[in-house]
Design a protein around this ligand. Structure first.
Ligand code: Y12
Ligand code: CO
Length: 176
């Protein structure tokens, strides 16, 4: 399955993802195809909508204490529901769909999550730190929300200007 990352300002990223009802081979093929694209682009989290599939699927691979990612730490999360949140934390976030831009975003420090795995088994997860931040970032994707939607009016305006410039420079560098 050939997947490509959808980038802002593509309107696809604003769509709401649909609940998975069938835990079949098609789902497994999509999950299997999402993993290499996330790893090859140095990502730690990817939602299906970022590869044009409007489905409630996300994958996460949080680096360990040596800053390394391994497939043993891969989390495949289907139909996630955050059931509780507490505290606040700020982290400089980035997104594969908003390349070259990073910004401090305030989110809950810890959370509880209900979800299903690739076989439809129901799971719960308690998360804090980077895992909690990544879950919130990816669950936002499933609701059509990007981290840049959380910026103040002035910061968003600055972002739009910088991002337009980046896209123009990227286009010009491809010509030469
Ligand atoms: C904390 C904050 C945000 C998340 C969501 C997951 N975000 C990512 O995985 C971002 C990855 C990323 C990777 C980049 O590198 C390449 O594209 C090669 C990148 O680089 C550029 O834009 C040039 C930007 C973001 C989880 C936890
Ligand atoms: Co993202």
């Amino acid at each position: 399955m050939k997947l490509t990352i959808v980038e802002y300002p593509n309107k696809k990223l604003k769509e709401k993802s649909k609940k998975i009802e069938k835990f079949d081979e098609e789902l497994h093929k999509l999950l299997d195809a999402m993993y290499p694209i996330m790893m090859n682009t140095n990502g730690i989290g990817l939602a299906a909508i970022q590869v044009s599939h409007t489905k409630q699927i996300l994958i996460l691979n949080i680096p360990d204490e040596n800053d390394e990612q391994s497939i043993e730490n891969l989390l495949e999360i289907i139909n996630p529901v955050i059931t509780s949140k507490s505290g606040t934390t700020t982290y400089q976030e980035g997104c594969l769909s908003v390349p070259t831009f990073y910004e401090d975003i305030v989110r809950a420090e810890s959370l509880s999550l209900n979800y299903q795995d690739r076989d439809g088994n129901t799971k719960t997860l308690e998360a804090n730190g980077l895992l909690s931040i990544a879950i919130q970032h990816e669950v936002d994707h499933l609701n059509g929300i990007l981290f840049i939607d959380k910026l103040s009016y002035s910061r968003r305006k600055k972002f739009e200007k910088e991002y337009k410039k980046m896209l123009k420079e990227r286009k010009n560098s491809k010509k030469t």
